[in-house]
Design a protein around this ligand. Sequence first.
Ligand code: UT7
Length: 340
Amino acid sequence: MGIRIIGTGSYLPPKVVTNEDIAKSLETSDEWIYSHTGIHSRHVAGADESTATMGAKAAQAAMDAAGVKPEEIGLIVVATSTPDYNPFPSTACLIQGALGCANAGAFDLQAACSGFIYALEQARGFVNFYPDKKAIVIGAETLTRILDWTDRGSCILFGDGAGAVVLANDEPPGVASLKTKAHTLLGADGKGAGFITREGGCREPLPLDPVTGIPWRPIPKLHSLTLQGHDVFAFAVRTLSKVCRDLCAKLQTTPEELDRVFAHQANARIIEATARRMKLPLEKFFLNLETTANTSAASIPISLDQAVRSGELTEGLKIVMVGFGAGLTYAGTYCTWPNL
Ligand code: UT7
């Protein structure tokens, strides 16, 4: 009853790049990467794939699982930091067109690796007030296309992929959110904005043409992701455990009562440290980054879909989804699956 996830889907591109593959051209090794991150391999988008094509495949799978038709969808939100175009048209519009969701509004949302939970909260608000419509929330990324493949401190961490969920509501407008037993926390710490960055924005003025005096547009440079790994690691461990604790406290329960935690898959060492801080067995934390690496906004919906399809995530389980990322951002949702 109320607002709930009625279908999940995900897509991982078939091309796999192993640590050994990376070590052929970079001074690194499978041993170093695995021992520091828990990653063995990652999926990489093929030449004919993009954030939009992967997002559309994940969303189609989620719609199929939910048994909904394209015309029933009223909203598509895509969480991504690697849109097909920068920044318009939105990747959400490309996916809306590809899926034939003619009745859906569509927009992208950028909150880095926390983006899926931010987007889920937007869609939750939407179906709360428009219960006759369904919403699709997608996390999709082609992070491998913005990496500096000569920087061993960052390029080993990321992979490509997409995950999606379909939301429905069977309460009258505005009623479901009053009854919900779910709780969401969205947060940011802009003081850490420099820890994960990518240039290429509009904050600097264009140079002026010396003859005409009007702004002159130089050929745009390609920009790569930069990462201060240590600072992000410390923030992540601090924040993931705090968000889980705060969510449990708000719902007057304890972390021990949680059945599963779906944490952003950034680094297995981060998840292990979070488990230790929370005094929870590591088995409660879903882990797939050995073969997916960090897929940023896609990591939580990919994890949810894999857990649903393997039978690990079943109705009635108390779960927390929790993420962190560039911004710095963080976010968490507590719910009794699949009710939001
Ligand atoms: O979604 C959010 C995205 N960001 C993150 O999640 C990043 C969080 N941070 C991390 O995961 C870790 O900080 C890293 C995996 C990025 C780095 O691990 P670390 O244990 O913090 O390594 P480090 O940066 O302290 O580097 C230790 C050593 C250095 O050598 P020296 O200076 O001690 O000689 C690095 O140059 O390891 C070296 N190193 C590597 N060696 C082999 C760094 N990367 C590599 C590598 N292969 N890939």
